[in-house]
Design a protein around this ligand. Structure first.
Ligand code: ATP
Ligand code: MG
Ligand code: MG
Ligand code: MG
Length: 469
C-alpha cells in the first residue's frame, strides 16, 4: 500500500516529469502578506508571480504546500472530528502554470494522473464547472469522455475564484469522488452537498480575467492555472478508505494518542483521538514556522487550537499532559519531508508541555463550572454569554473551546451576550487607564491586571481581523 509519503512523491514526480519545477512548501506564516493569517492554499507563495509583479525562471511549478485553515474565511476548525475530510492542517498538492498551459492541458494532466497513475475507478468520478464556463464542460467531454450527467454546472461563487476585489479571477472546475449511497450526502450543488458521500478531491482554478480598480474586467493576456488537491483526501482513496483519518499517517498519530492515554483508538472516544491527531499537526507545524502561543493574532489562534486539543486530552482521562508525548510519532511520520519539524522538535515539545501544564490548572475547574451551569439551565437553552465570558476571562477558555464542549451536548452559546460582556470589560479597562471616568480608581486596573496577567486574553477579537486570499 502506498503511504501518504509515497503519494506525495508520486504527485511531485508526475508533474516534474511534465516539465514542472518542484518547489518547496512555503512557511505557514506568509512572508509578504500581513493580511493573511496563515498560508491556506498552494497559490499563496506564487501570488506575485500570477499578477506579474515577480518573475521566476520557470513557468510551471509543482508543490506540496503546508496549509492551515483555522481562522478567517477558510476556517475548518469546527469540522475537525465531525467530517471525514477536514483537517486544520493539511497538505495541498498543486500544479501551476504561469501563463503557460491552460484549460485543456490542465484537465488532461488531472485526468491522466487520477485515472492512470493513481488508477481511481473513473466511473466514480464526477466534476463541476462554473455555469458560464462551457469551454471547460466541452473539454471534460473531449478529454475524459465524461457524459453530461457527470458534469455539474454550478451557478454560484463557489466555482468562481478571485484573488481579491481586484486582480486575477476566473472559473473553477472540481473533481469529486462518489463513495456510494451507504454514506450520507448528495452531489455538489444539491441540498445534501455537505455530507461525506461525494468528496471533493481536486480543485482546478483557471485564472482568466483581471478585475480592475475602476470596476471593469478584462481578459488576461496570458491566462494561468492554479490547482489544489488534498494529500490526505487522495491518500484515503488510494488506501481504500473513506475517511482521511484512516490513512496510514493519521492512523499512526491516532494510535500514538491511544497508547499514550491508554484509551482504545476505535472506541466511543475515537473523536478525541481524531481531534488530538489533527491539532497535533497544526500546532507543531505552526511552532516550527515560528508562531508561539500568545493572546493575540496568530499566536492566539495557535493557543486556541492547543487548548481545544488539551480539553479532548483531558476527556480521555489522562492525568498528565499528553500532547508533547505525541511529537516523536509526528516527527517520525513527517520529519523526512519537512526537516523543520525535526529542527524544532525540542521547542515544540517544550511549548506543548508548558502550555498544557498551565492550562490544566484552570481547565478542570472551568469544565465543572460549565457543567453546573448547564445543570441549572432548561433543556436546550443557550448558555448565557456572561458564563462563556467568565470561562474565557477567568479560566482561559477560548470561546470556540466552549462552543466545542457544548456541541457534544447539542447546545449553543449566546454570542451577542458574550460580545457585550467582552465590550463592557474593555470599556472598564479603558476607563481605568484614561483616569477620566468614575472607574478611574487605580485598584480597578490592578484588579484586572491580576486577573488577566496584565494584557492576557484581551486579544480575542484580532483573530477575525485578517483579510483573505
Ligand atoms: P471542501 O468544499 O471539501 O471544504 P474546499 O472547496 O474548501 O473543500 P479548496 O479551497 O478548493 O477546498 O482546496 C483545494 C483542495 O484542498 C480541496 O479540493 C481538498 O482536496 C483540499 N482541502 C481543502 N480543505 C481541506 C481541509 N480542511 N482538510 C483537508 N483537505 C482540504
Ligand atoms: Mg472548505
Ligand atoms: Mg468545495
Ligand atoms: Mg474547492
Amino acid at each position: 500500500m502506498a503511504s501518504l509519503n509515497d503519494i506525495r512523491s508520486t504527485f511531485i514526480d508526475y508533474f516534474a516529469g511534465q516539465g514542472h519545477q518542484a518547489v518547496d512548501s512555503s512557511p505557514l506564516v506568509p512572508r509578504n502578506d500581513p493580511t493573511l493569517l496563515f498560508t491556506n492554499a498552494g497559490m499563496v507563495q506564487f501570488k506575485n508571480v500570477f499578477t506579474g509583479v515577480e518573475k521566476r525562471d520557470y513557468s510551471r511549478a509543482v508543490t506540496s504546500q503546508k496549509c492551515v485553515r483555522a481562522g478567517g474565511k477558510h476556517n475548518d476548525l469546527d469540522n475537525v472530528g465531525y467530517t471525514a475530510r477536514h483537517h486544520t492542517f493539511f497538505e495541498m498538492l498543486g500544479n501551476f502554470s504561469f501563463g503557460d498551459y491552460f484549460k485543456e492541458q490542465a484537465i488532461a494532466f488531472a485526468w491522466e494522473l487520477v485515472t492512470k497513475e493513481f488508477a481511481l475507478d473513473a466511473s466514480r468520478l464526477l466534476v463541476t464547472v462554473h455555469k458560464s464556463d462551457e469551454e471547460a464542460a466541452v473539454l471534460w467531454r473531449k478529454v475524459a469522455g465524461l457524459s453530461d450527467d457527470r458534469i455539474i454546472r454550478i451557478d454560484n461563487d463557489d466555482n468562481w475564484w478571485r484573488m481579491g476585489d481586484t486582480g486575477p479571477n476566473g472559473p473553477c472546475t472540481e473533481i469529486f469522488y462518489d463513495h456510494g449511497d451507504h454514506i450520507w450526502g448528495g452531489p455538489p450543488g444539491s441540498a445534501e452537498e455537505d455530507g461525506d458521500r461525494f468528496i471533493e478531491i481536486w480543485n482546478l482554478v483557471f485564472m482568466q480575467f483581471e478585475a480592475m480598480a475602476d470596476g471593469t474586467t478584462k481578459p488576461l493576456p496570458k491566462p494561468s492555472v492554479d490547482t489544489g488537491m488534498g494529500l490526505e483526501r487522495i491518500g484515503a482513496l488510494l488506501q481504500g478508505k473513506h475517511d482521511n483519518y484512516d490513512t496510514d499517517l493519521m492512523r499512526d498519530l491516532i494510535e500514538a494518542s491511544a497508547n499514550a492515554s491508554n484509551v482504545d483508538a476505535d472506541g466511543p472516544q475515537n473523536i478525541h483521538h481524531r481531534v488530538i491527531a489533527d491539532h497535533l499537526r497544526s500546532t507543531s507545524f505552526l511552532i516550527a514556522d515560528g508562531v508561539m502561543p500568545s493572546n493575540e493574532g496568530r499566536g492566539y489562534v495557535l493557543r486556541r487550537i492547543m487548548r481545544r486539543a488539551m480539553r479532548h486530552a483531558h476527556l480521555l482521562g489522562t492525568q498528565d499532559p499528553l500532547m508533547h508525548r505525541l511529537v516523536p510519532a509526528l516527527v517520525r511520520q513527517m520529519g523526512g519531508h519537512f526537516p523543520e519539524l525535526g529542527r524544532a522538535q525540542a521547542l515544540i515539545t517544550e511549548t506543548l508541555q508548558t502550555e498544557e501544564t498551565r492550562f490544566r490548572s484552570t481547565l478542570e475547574r472551568g469544565l465543572r463550572l460549565l457543567d453546573d451551569e448547564l445543570d441549572r439551565l432548561q433543556d436546550g437553552a443557550t448558555l448565557p454569554g456572561e458564563t462563556a465570558f467568565k470561562l474565557y476571562d477567568t479560566y482561559g477558555f477560548p470561546l470556540d473551546l466552549t462552543q466545542d464542549a457544548l456541541r457534544e451536548k447539542g447546545r449553543a452559546v449566546d454570542i451577542a451576550g458574550f460580545d457585550s460582556a467582552m465590550a463592557e470589560q474593555k470599556a472598564k479597562a479603558r476607563a481605568a487607564w484614561s483616569g477620566s471616568g468614575e472607574a478611574a480608581d487605580e485598584s480597578v486596573w490592578f484588579d484586572l491586571a491580576d486577573k488577566h496577567g496584565s494584557t492576557e486574553f484581551l486579544g480575542y477579537d484580532t483573530e477575525t481581523a485578517e483579510g483573505e486570499v
